[in-house]
Ligand binder design. Sequence first.
Ligand code: ADP
Ligand code: MN
Ligand code: MN
Ligand code: MN
Ligand code: MN
Length: 348
Amino acid sequence: MSLAEYIWLDGNRPTQGLRAKTRFVNIKNQDACPENFPEWSFDGSSTLQAEGSDSDCGLKPVCVVADPIRGADNFLVLCEVQNADGSNHASNSRASLRAVLAAGGEERNAWIGFEQEYTLYQGGRPLGFPATGYPEPQGPYYCSIGADRAFGRMIADEHAQLCLDAGLLYYGLNAEVMPGQWEFQIGYRGFEGDDPGLLNAADHMWIARYLLDRVAEKHGVLVSYDNKPMKGDWNGAGMHTNFSCSRTRAVGGLDAIYEAVRRLAHKHDQHIAVYGDRLEERLTGAHETCSISEFKAGGADRGASIRIPLGVERAGFGYFEDRRPGANACPYRVAARIASTVFGIEIE
Ligand code: ADP
Ligand code: MN
Ligand code: MN
Ligand code: MN
Ligand code: MN
């Protein structure tokens, strides 16, 4: 006996949210591939995905993992949303990433690693912020230890364990620069057998977000993916995106990285357009960001749009980091945009 938690992206604009509902399935662990799970449907008029008069939207299972919350033999089933005729729903951002991969992106063997920052809230304030006034200025909180500076570790750590139990490509976590702010990474880990391809890693990111919301819910805490939760001298929250392909990883790959940077420079505006809502509040040029109206690339420069890590410059091959995406960006759209620019594949 199993329960399957069907998870999908809703029609909220500009930032899509997650929805989920549960059903019984008679599927054994060894048979747990997406094709074996039944397609399902939901009331799209309640998720900003349909009108009331014609409200059924379809759910097509695309990624199945173990459900680490319900435990043994239960599943999390990430779905794409379809129209009644089986075509891609307008809100189906995963389809745009599939399109880039099908149009030649797949054979470039791209790997991706997302750094998801988020902020934990209780009583309308980030954890660590007093009910009135402000905590001590930033400085001691990043990678901190101690009850006076690391706020919400229980949630970050429980989330890490759930991601591992689900078999996600979970890489690590750290406390961030602002109190109540944390980061986890999903994607490339350097292990044989991992598949940090764009689609798989982006699927895992959405499942990891789902698990984070569930852990926080249990603790009566809210997760905010806002790009700039606190105005003023407080860091925003981003989703730095690390990217490589067979060329950048080969000997001499630094040249392929510089070529990618030139292409990214020409498409700055198209990238900003899909890198998250109210991104201008975060990309100010301060707080370890580059201004939204500027494109800068640099070795080990945390004030750049694109950073080439020190180890990559030294080795002469590897990956680059796009520091522009905001915490509320969609991993499918970000991955599709970077791949389409770097590989010269146009998508509508
Ligand atoms: P930062 O110093 O920017 O905080 P992190 O340690 O948080 O860096 O994250 C490094 C990220 O780089 C991880 O998400 C990892 O998956 C990613 N990464 C490392 N090597 C590669 C690679 N070859 N291709 C794609 N992503 C990579
Ligand atoms: Mn009903
Ligand atoms: Mn990081
Ligand atoms: Mn960070
Ligand atoms: Mn980073």
